[in-house]
Design a protein around this ligand. Structure first.
Ligand SMILES: [Zn+2]
Length: 455
């Protein structure tokens, strides 16, 4: 099958590849076998069936590294920070998944929501319920999305409706991993999912780490999101040097580990994470919503940490990775501006010793950094996320040898000037992110199969 369209690829954090009139060939297995300029490829590729998508654009599908399926219908519950928000809104929403028919219906809507927003790969938390998780896998399989999914594990400090025994949690997670990990030619994968340190015993976390290693599966959890959470972890695990050290001691850190948030990490923690190869998943809209803070993204990237993006629905308000990427830029600008402003006031202030002033300035992290821009945010949302999963040889950009995971986008839907002459792709991309329109994704393909089409 051939697709003719305007093509946009992420090449690096600073560079896009644009082919205004592109042709992409996809074989029966859903693999890209040729991609390039139409005028160069058309004579060679002959008379295959062709979908002429012009003037629409094709881009690689979005990679969402952190999202909660059972929270999809509990979004936008405003007014609380992390821990009371979980107790008040989220745990009751997750308890409903004890009814598998509720779980199945919610899963179908959730996956449709991801595809509708152009997300082709997602790393997903289900609930503690094994049957609901199994139903979610069935729905992911049926709709064609690429999913990394896991049953949430929690065996302490949890509401009665969600708390499991350690043995039961480990046994059910292992059974689900054995059933689903690698299914549908690797399109479905398992992630052991201890929720976060406070709701997990050491035995549970250690067991999850061992099983992830045994099966070559992923492991996903939350790390260092909120100051009250940090204090709780410190009280529960006094033997650990810090929050990251809790997971390090449980053998949970490795290249297939996804750590959501990581807002408050000291230099030692960042070094441990970097050396382990684990990924920090940045979720800026969630962090704003729960008043958690702004992760120092540029600092982490500068230090060589692996970073990806996640919507973190339901603390994040929607499944749109376009809007999440825009929020990466917005929060990066706010962080940059606030620090510049603080430094300005600090310089004008009297009454501080020079050494105190120097210390505060150092804390402000005022290196000559500029905020993250849309090209870098788009890279994080696509190829960067794929790399974090160790899947960048398969997905993340539209290249020969990769799977045809792509979205068809109508940029006219986000442009007030529909008669605008051609302009640099960075500007078009910027509008797609900042002005994301729910209807701009016209179709979503995973491995060459159309999983969503706008009517
Ligand atoms: Zn989360």
């Amino acid at each position: 099958m051939l697709y003719r369209a305007h093509l946009l690829n992420p090449c690096s954090p600073t560079r896009l590849e644009e082919i205004p009139d592109a042709l992409m060939e996809v074989n029966a297995a859903g693999c890209i076998t040729a991609v390039g300029a139409f005028e160069e490829l058309a004579p060679r590729l002959g008379n295959q069936p062709m979908e002429d998508l012009r003037p629409l654009w094709i881009l690689p599908g979005m990679v969402d590294l952190h999202v909660h399926l059972p929270q999809h219908e509990a979004v936008a519950m405003d007014g609380l920070e992390l821990l009371p928000w979980l107790e008040t809104f989220i745990f009751p929403a997750e308890a409903r998944f004890a009814d598998t028919s509720v779980a199945r219906a919610s899963a179908a809507r959730f996956f449709q929501g991801l595809l509708y927003r152009g997300t082709t790969t997602a790393s997903i938390y289900a609930t503690v319920h094994a049957e609901a998780t199994d139903a979610a896998f069935h729905e992911a399989d049926r709709c064609g999305i690429r999913a990394i999914l896991g049953k949430v594990m929690m065996d302490q400090h949890s509401p009665a409706a969600l708390q499991e025994s350690t043995a039961e949690s480990l046994a059910q997670s292992e059974a689900l991993c054995q059933t689903w990990h690698g299914r549908s030619q690797g399109r479905l994968q398992y992630a052991f999912t201890p929720r976060f340190a406070p709701t997990c015993s050491s035995e549970l976390m250690r067991g999850a780490g061992l099983m992830a290693e045994k099966y070559g599966a992923y492991i996903q959890t939350h790390l260092s999101e909120n100051l009250a959470e940090l204090a709780w972890v410190k009280a529960l695990f006094p033997e650990a040097a810090n929050y990251t050290d809790v997971y390090q001691r449980m053998h949970m850190l490795g290249p297939r580990t996804l750590l959501a948030h990581g807002i408050h990490l000291d230099a030692g923690e960042r070094q441990v994470i970097r050396e382990s190869g684990a990924t920090i998943v940045h979720c800026p809209r969630s962090n704003a919503f729960l008043q958690s803070g702004i992760m120092p993204l540029r600092r982490y990237l500068g230090e060589g940490l692996s970073v990806g993006l996640g919507t973190d629905v339901g603390a994040g308000p929607s499944l749109s990775m376009w809007a999440e990427a825009a929020a990466v830029c917005t929060t990066s600008k706010l962080r940059w501006a606030e620090r510049q402003n603080l430094a300005h006031h600090l310089r004008a202030m009297g009454g501080l010793e020079a050494s105190q002033r120097a210390e505060i300035m150092a804390q402000l992290d005022l290196n000559p950094l500029t905020p993250v821009d849309p090209v870098q945010a788009f890279h994080l949302a696509t190829l960067g996320g794929a790399r974090a999963l160790g899947l960048d040889s398969r997905i993340g950009s539209l290249e020969v040898g990769k799977d045809a995971d792509f979205v068809v986008v109508d940029p006219r839907m986000v442009d007030p000037a529909v008669d605008r002459p051609a302009e640099p792709p960075e500007r078009v991309l910027s509008r797609m992110l900042y002005r994301e329109h729910p209807g701009m994704v016209r179709a979503t393909y995973v491995r060459g199969a159309r999983c969503f089409a706008a009517t």
